[in-house]
Design a protein around this ligand. Structure first.
Ligand SMILES: *Cc1c(COP(=O)(O)O)cnc(C)c1O
Length: 371
């Protein structure tokens, strides 16, 4: 087992690497990825996100467990989708694609728009009209994507883009594109490189089920390469109103405040079940109330602002905390940044220390401060 990152020795001298910093995940993990010297790397230096201890959450579990969050909301477009998109767009460019298309609950469209732009391609994004968080829509628009809001949900949008990609010369960059999962598996590599081995549990929100599948691929590949001795239990969490895997059947009208996981018929359903079984993990549903409670807890007790879907991983861990073995090391993946969804933040902050309309005088301010 080694903690050394391959890019340090292979690509850059230590001095150069200090100057230039992290080279992006394709360069960092090149030997584990389906790229060649000919692949044009389209990168915004994604990856290398922090693994942050969350002691207040560990305290709620007790029994000397250690809990960390993998804060993937700190990727260039604010979600883990950048990990898959850097590779999907690089491979699309290598194949000569001029345009890409995706269906999205928001974050895939933001990532596709940014990386397609960097790669010199057009980006068409289909989103469910009225169900995309404000920050994500703002990103897709500003990156210059061609945004099509359809009167339907994510599952319907995915059907359409699959069909369009089959009939027209446009590359599909949803997670059914295998390069997406190949890129996303680097999240698991980073965890092992940081912790020195795999954690006991990986807690992760599940929507289309691509990320849980990708993490499992990453852990298995590292295990085969002897970079880790162990494999984690894969603990997947779905929103109660959008929990097809937990229930065992597709949900026609998924509903949840966590819009990024508002998906009723996950594309990687089978692979996710395989990962859960092989790792002796589980799938559990968490209510919107539990998600929002974990969301507030992360912000107000740990100083970490993630989007609601991401908080499902922590909500789920707290829900099944009695199953956590003593002394276990647990990682919860925080998939997206809190600023993605400012509406939910303001509506559900439960902060009653917000005073408005105050007279602009020292006295008025001091009085409200209780001085
Ligand atoms: C896409 C997304 C998810 C769900 O990931 P899947 O791979 O679809 O299971 C969870 N959280 C956020 C913030 C996302 O953008």
């Amino acid at each position: 087992m080694t903690l050394e990152l391959s890019y340090q020795s292979k690509l850059l001298s230590p001095y150069q690497s200090k100057l230039q910093g992290w080279p992006g995940l394709i360069e960092a993990y090149r030997s584990y990825l389906p790229v060649t010297e000919e692949t044009p790397v389209v990168s915004l230096k994604e990856g290398n996100t922090p693994l942050i201890p969350v002691p207040a959450i560990a305290d709620k579990i007790g029994r000397q467990v250690e809990v960390f969050v993998k804060y993937d909301g700190l990727n260039p477009t604010g979600s883990f989708k950048d990990r898959g998109m850097t590779l999907a767009i690089s491979k699309a460019k290598e194949a000569g694609a001029k345009a890409v298309i995706c269906a999205s609950t928001g974050n895939t469209s933001a990532a596709a728009a940014a990386y397609a732009l960097r790669g010199g391609m057009r980006a068409f994004v289909l989103i469910p009209d009225g169900y995309v968080a404000l920050g994500k829509l703002a990103q897709a628009l500003l990156y210059g994507a061609e945004v099509l809001a359809i009167k339907g949900n994510f599952d319907q949008a995915l059907q359409i883009v699959k069909d369009v990609a089959k009939k027209y010369p446009v590359t599909l960059v949803n997670s059914v594109n295998p390069y997406r999962l190949e890129g996303q598996k680097t999240g698991a590599f980073e965890l092992v490189d940081t912790l020195g081995d795999a954690p006991d549990w990986l807690c992760i929100p599940v929507g289309n089920a691509g990320n849980i599948t990708a993490y499992w691929m990453g852990f298995c590949q590292y295990h085969k390469s002897k970079k880790c001795d162990r494999l984690p239990k894969m603990m997947g969490f779905q929103a109660a109103g959008a929990a097809p895997i937990v229930k065992g059947y597709p949900i026609a009208h998924p509903e949840t405040v966590a819009s990024a996981i508002r998906i009723g018929n996950p594309a990687s359903w089978k692979k996710a079940i395989e990962a859960q079984k092989a790792s002796q993990g589980s799938f559990t549903a968490v209510t919107d109330e539990e998600i929002l409670e974990a969301y507030r807890l992360l912000a107000s007790n740990e100083g970490i602002f993630c989007e609601p879907a991401s908080a499902a991983s922590v909500a789920g861990l707290l829900k099944i905390k009695d199953q956590v073995p003593r002394g276990a090391k647990i990682v919860c993946v925080l998939t997206g940044h809190g600023l993605k969804d400012p509406d939910v933040a303001i509506k559900h902050s439960h902060n009653d220390h917000f005073s408005q309309g105050i007279e602009p005088t020292t006295e008025a301010v001091a009085k409200i401060m209780g001085l």
